[in-house]
Design a protein around this ligand. Structure first.
Ligand SMILES: Nc1ncnc2c1ncn2[C@@H]1O[C@H](COP(=O)(O)OP(=O)(O)O)[C@@H](O)[C@H]1O
Ligand SMILES: [Mg+2]
Length: 384
């Protein structure tokens, strides 16, 4: 911790044309118990030289009237220099207007020459207030940096969770899927080459078990990595909407002008996960009877809008300590340069993901929808 101000040696830049007044000022400071290193200047050129970054000052005390120069001009120069140094204006006859102008321009304080007894407290107060200001700016900056780091970490986690999921899905597909398929072939072979009813009964039950295992691993795999996205975002959302409707009984309509959109890497998965979380929220919280999903592209911005006609949500819902769904969506959107807006009212909740796509819409590769595409089942591994 730095020592109390009164015990520090303060670096004082004194803008004063009278040598006598300068010594008078120093005498006041000494009498007030202040130890100062003072430099006196009395022209614009000298003042500007002392404002060079290499010069360090704790305080500037400036006379109001100097030949060819003035305290208010000095204050302007200080401001223009970008340096942050407390500034006290001293004058023989300071009027209220001048004082107000000086304070408005960033002076820390002003005093009359015939009231120099106020100089020490004014100076200590100005230096202290300035130190507090610097400390607060430092704290704000540090907080901003911390926030940025947390933000980056959260985004990094979102991205690494996705790549972990993709790796696990691949392993399930290659190892588990491959083995189960081989097992199914072998069982089918045994069934074909056996006449024993007991063996056949066992083999058929084993085939049923294997089929269950295949379905389960396909489900797990799909949850880990939506293979349907290989068909494009439009197909994936279409499939998601129809599956949601079948599973929950809540009508779900998907609308898009496009049959196919070629989007930058990462965007389809972010959009897919956003829709997934929004629909999960509808099931868990909304008590809705209808959901609308719209995918649009306007002005180079991709928008995915999911609206329900449920009970709506409020600020308290979003502030829940252990709810990370929507917070995660904000971070996820950030990984592709997008953002999420949420609006809610008695008529329901709308969540919008917006992602500006660097290129203009004409350059994007898309096909307009003709017929609604046939429902697609992404969990198929090929014929086995
Ligand atoms: N579509 C919705 N309708 C009504 N309430 C919602 C909806 N989506 C979210 N909420 C409310 O917002 C809260 C936070 O959502 P979320 O961040 O996804 O966390 P979680 O679903 O894990 O609770 C939910 O607990 C719920 O109270
Ligand atoms: Mg949720």
């Amino acid at each position: 911790m730095s020592p109390p101000l009164a015990e520090q040696r303060l670096r004082l830049l004194h803008l004063e044309d009278s040598e006598l007044d300068h010594h008078l000022t120093l005498a006041h400071l000494r009498r007030g118990g202040l130890d100062v290193d003072a430099v006196r200047v009395d022209s614009e050129v000298e003042f500007l030289r002392e404002l060079e970054p290499s010069q360090e000052w704790d305080i500037i005390v400036s006379d109001y009237n100097l030949p060819g120069f003035s305290g208010l001009v000095a204050l302007d120069l200080l401001k223009a220099s970008g340096r942050s140094i407390p500034f006290i204006l001293v004058s023989g006859e300071i009027g209220e207007d001048t004082a107000v102008e000086a304070m408005r321009n960033g002076a820390s304080d002003y005093l009359l020459k015939n009231n120099l007894a106020r100089l020490v407290p004014a100076l200590l107060h100005a230096v202290e207030a300035h130190e507090l200001l610097l400390a607060r700016q430092r704290a704000d900056r540090e907080l901003g940096e911390q926030k940025q780091r947390v933000h980056e970490l959260a985004q990094h986690l979102q991205t690494s969770v996705e790549s972990e999921r993709a790796a696990i899905a691949r392993e399930i597909h290659d190892d588990v899927g491959g083995s189960l398929t081989a097992l199914k072939f072998d069982l089918a072979w045994i069934a074909r080459h056996s006449d024993s009813p007991e063996v056949l009964a066992r083999v058929n039950s084993a085939l049923e078990t294997v089929s269950h295992a295949i379905e389960a691993s396909q489900r797990v795999m799909h949850n880990l990595r939506p293979a349907i996205l290989e068909q494009g975002l439009v197909a994936a959302l279409q499939w998601m909407a129809s599956r949601f409707e079948k599973r929950t009984g809540v009508t779900c309509e998907f609308r898009s002008r496009y049959d196919h959109l070629t989007l930058p890497a990462g965007v389809p998965l972010v959009a897919y996960r956003t829709a997934q979380e929004a629909l999960t929220n509808v099931t868990k919280h909304a008590q809705a009877s209808h959901v609308q999903i719209d995918l649009t592209l306007a002005g180079g911005v991709l928008s995915l809008e999911i609206s329900d006609n449920g009970r709506g949500l409020n600020h308290d819902d979003l502030a829940k300590v252990r709810s990370f769904g929507i917070r995660g969506l904000h971070e996820r959107a950030g990984t592709v340069g997008g953002w999420v807006d949420l609006s809610s009212g008695p008529a329901g909740t709308t969540l919008i993901l917006s992602v500006p796509l660097e290129m203009m819409s004409e350059e994007l590769d898309f096909e307009l929808a003709e017929e609604p595409s046939a429902p697609y089942d992404p969990t198929v591994w090929g014929n086995i």
